[in-house]
Design a protein. Structure first.
Length: 762
């Protein structure tokens, strides 16, 4: 099953969402700690595990679960990036570079280094990763400032499994699969145990291997997420069928086990399961949301292409130019999204329906030439060339068109907005320009040289607006050099100059901004100065602003160097605000002006139970307010303490199956007797609020017509306004009418091509 290869998995829906409409797979990810390394200087690392039912390996977290990090397989020559994307590589004949096949965009490069013992992966943003060639495991990440984090492994089930990530100052995340085969414990710790955060992962043996069944924090066992599976014989693996989140949200997943057919009936299995129904139960008596999926017979695996299956190859890359596959997503039986993908897995169109009525279409064009194979595609083939959005209403339609240009490095070089405004982006060449920009150490083109925005017309004397940029080389740690923006000039005469700390002997500040000078028409307007201190595991940042008149104002803030949480803030008037947190990183208190006459405090207490999640806020005078949420984090109730000390519901919010607010109830209390006031909400074809019925019976109208670009607001039976907007949402004409529909006033606004008001009439 590991030989199922498709570039459909290289798009974000597979990594992030519940159900990927391309592949029909359900995936879920959990972040089990984040290493904020080197005293907040980075690089940071999120320990994220994700499930994929095509993955039959147990790395220690259970079958199908893996960590999102870069790796290399020397047998198949596949390079997997931390983004989740996987590409085949081949060693260049002329150098030590590993050529990344089918990765057309030149935003990442890989090299064999250290006598071919390591693979060095360099990214366009300056990050560098080192992968051990033999094991294929990531061993080091270096930030663009030269800071490092390191990765360590132990054998589990005959395979190397990540056991520790650490920085140079004793901050680490450890993973223990070995002390107990049915538990994995993840510890985020700092030196001397100053900071701790622990997760417990429970597993059971289930016939074909161990599977992950629950995740919780060690000291908060009530915050447990549980996972149920079904074994699929044809897959030889487990698929997730239910997830119960600690918040109370329950997800159920139903599959079509004879889902996507494979070309020419591969070996001993003919199809890959796909999700046919995904249901969300938010709890607290709120309605469920049901997503149903249907897929075309042609699919991301290439069925119907008349091509033979080949292990480790994306068959679609070699299909005919007109090969397309599609899916349909139906929410609650009424809201439908139809999607169509081409042979390169690029989304070509989306159509949106509500109750059978088409209301929006999105059509996309790319730089890909579908008549050519993948090897003949331009480097920007997967980038959007043109986007057309068409709105439909009452038999008429309107289309907005935007156009884009991208270079081989994924940089946007041209953009034509829906109103016709065009912007041109120029970048420095990889070899740089003298006194303007240093050469890029890995020959990437990424440093913006200028931006020009051209107006649609110059009828009102509009000029081309531009920004121009310069860069400088900043010395950093470990013989790294950081190329940073040093100057920006604008067509308005504004100049911004950036200066940096560049002493490698001061690693806590090296590469950070030291001051920013702002000038207008060569006259200095102000300076922002930055300084940084480390004290008691806190990084304190001081920012001083000096105005043109020499007057200064300073503000400061302190962050915990392990959690990144804000500890306190001091504003320019000296007012101090302090923050405390629980182990989950949630506020437990906010104190303003401690030890002064202006002292005030808010305390926060959290409760997760089957009756709903709640937040209790206690103010300085002891007054209590309570908020109750459902499993999706939506507010359901607001309670407030009265003079007798009783906490009573003063507001309820109820949702419909589409997740929209259906109605709300406000309560005024007279002793123990409430007066209730209900407000009901109604939505239009586009899902926007269109009508509100107030407790008084008044009907508030808020209609927007995206085809005519008009909005109507007012109270039914009384006066109302109709506003005509331009394509950017700026009001052009506002007309007011009496309850009988008689116009009694009109206001008009006129704009230049940059959207600035040039005339107004009333």
């Amino acid at each position: 099953m590991e030989n199922i290869v498709s570039n459909a998995f290289n798009f974000s829906e597979f990594v992030d969402s519940g159900v990927d409409p391309r592949t029909g797979s359900y995936s879920i990810s959990f972040t089990l700690g984040e290493l904020l390394s080197n005293k907040l200087s980075g690089p940071n690392f999120k320990l994220t595990i994700s499930h994929n039912y095509l993955n039959k390996v147990d790395e220690g977290f259970g079958l199908g679960w893996s960590i999102s990090m870069s790796s290399y397989d020397k047998i198949s020559r596949k390079l997997s990036l931390s983004s989740g994307r996987t590409f085949e590589t081949v060693l260049s004949k002329d150098s030590n570079e590993l050529i990344i096949l089918h990765r057309k965009t030149k935003d990442v490069r890989a090299f064999l280094v250290e006598n071919e013992r390591e693979i060095k992966v360099v990214y366009i943003d300056g990050k560098v990763e080192y992968i051990d060639y033999e094991s294929g495991k990531l061993i080091e990440t270096v930030s663009n400032l030269g800071h490092e984090i390191f990765f360590y492994y132990r054998y589990f089930n005959g395979l190397l499994s990540l056991s520790k990530i650490s920085d140079q100052f004793g901050h680490s995340i450890t993973i223990d699969h070995w002390s107990n085969k049915y538990y994995t414990i993840i510890n985020s710790v700092a030196e001397n145990d100053i900071y701790k955060r622990n997760y417990l992962l429970s597993k059971i043996s289930h016939g074909y291997g161990r599977i992950l069944t629950s995740i919780s924090m060690v000291n908060s066992s009530n915050l447990k997420t549980t996972i149920d599976y079904k074994y699929i014989d044809k897959l030889g693996n487990y698929a997730i069928i239910q997830v119960k989140h600690y918040s109370g949200l329950v997800e159920t997943i139903e599959y079509s086990y004879e889902g996507h057919l494979l070309p020419n009936k591969k070996n001993n299995f003919n199809f890959i399961p796909n999700v046919k129904r995904h249901t969300l139960y938010p709890g607290s008596e709120q309605p469920k949301t049901v997503f149903e999926y249907e897929y075309s017979l042609k699919n991301y695996l290439g069925y119907g292409s008349n091509l033979l299956w080949e292990d480790g190859v994306d068959v679609l890359f070699y299909t005919a130019s007109d090969y397309r596959y599609s899916s349909q997503e139906v929410m609650n039986g009424s809201h439908i999204i139809e999607r169509v993908y081409n042979k390169y897995h690029l989304l070509e169109s989306e159509k949106y329906f509500r109750n059978g009525v088409l209301y929006k279409e999105i059509d996309l064009e790319y730089y890909a030439d579908l008549t050519q194979g993948i090897d003949e595609q331009p480097n920007n083939y997967s980038y959007k060339k043109k986007e057309s959005i068409t709105f439909h209403l009452d038999g008429i339609q309107r289309t907005e068109v935007s156009e884009y240009g991208f270079d081989d490095y994924g940089n946007c070089i041209f953009e034509c907005d829906k109103d016709g405004t065009t912007s041109f982006f120029e970048y420095y060449p990889c070899e740089g320009e003298q006194n303007q920009c240093p050469a890029h150490p890995y020959q990437f083109i990424c440093y913006l040289k200028s931006v020009e925005t051209h107006p649609v017309s110059n009828t009102h004397g509009e000029n081309i607006l531009w920004n121009k940029y310069k860069y400088s080389l900043v010395s950093n740690l470990n013989d790294c050099s950081y190329i940073a923006e040093s100057e920006m000039n604008t067509s308005h005469g504004e100049t911004t100059k950036n200066h940096y700390f560049d002493d490698p002997n001061q690693p806590r500040t090296c590469g950070l901004v030291s001051n920013i000078e702002i000038s207008l028409n060569d006259e200095l307007c102000g300076i922002l100065s930055f300084s940084y201190d480390l004290n008691n595991n806190e990084r304190i940042t001081h920012i001083t602003m000096t105005g043109f008149d020499g007057q200064c104002a300073t503000k400061s803030e302190a962050q915990n160097i392990y959690s990144g949480n804000l500890i306190y803030r001091v504003d320019h008037d000296g007012l101090i605000t302090r923050y405390t947190y629980n182990e989950n990183g949630q506020y437990t208190s906010i104190v303003v002006a401690p030890d002064t006459e202006k002292y005030s405090i808010k305390e926060f207490d959290y409760d997760y139970s089957s009756d709903g999640n709640s937040l209790l806020i206690t103010g300085s005078q002891g007054h209590k307010q309570k908020f109750i949420y459902d499993g999706m984090g939506r507010q359901l109730c607001h309670l407030s303490e009265d003079n007798s000390g009783k906490v009573k519901i003063i507001e309820e919010i109820h949702y419909n199956e589409n997740g929209e607010v259906d109605h709300s109830i406000e309560r005024d209390w007279f002793g123990d007797h409430p007066m209730e006031y209900s407000t009901h909400y109604y939505y239009d074809l586009f899902g926007e609020l269109s009508m509100t019925i107030r407790p008084s019976g008044n009907i508030l109208i808020s209609e927007f017509n995206p085809v005519k670009l008009t909005s109507k607001t007012g109270i039914e039976g009384l006066s109302y306004d109709i506003i005509l907007n331009d394509i950017n949402g700026k009001p052009l004409e506002e007309t007011r009418f009496t309850s009988q529909g008689v116009q009694y006033s009109i206001s008009k606004r006129y704009y230049d091509s940059h959207g600035q008001t040039i005339k107004a009439t009333d």
